[in-house]
Design a protein around this ligand. Structure first.
Ligand code: SF4
Length: 54
């Protein structure tokens, strides 16, 4: 899959990760929060993550 140079990502466990380079291969991702009110980056996640090959 082609990397998206606008979306850097180090989550190599994700099936959309470009693997040899630290980019996402999706055209677009959804960034989400898992707290009612986000106050730090630890409160945010990639909502488009899907587990890839182990
Ligand atoms: S979907 Fe999210 S976690 Fe997965 S490679 Fe793309 S940016 Fe990273």
């Amino acid at each position: 899959m082609e990397k998206n140079k606008s979306i850097g990502c180090i989550v190599s466990e994700c099936k959309y990760h470009a693997q040899e380079q630290n980019y996402c291969t999706l055209d677009q991702i959804q960034v989400v929060k898992h707290e009612g009110h986000a106050e730090s980056k630890q409160c945010t996640d990639c909502g488009s993550f899907e587990l890839g090959r182990q």
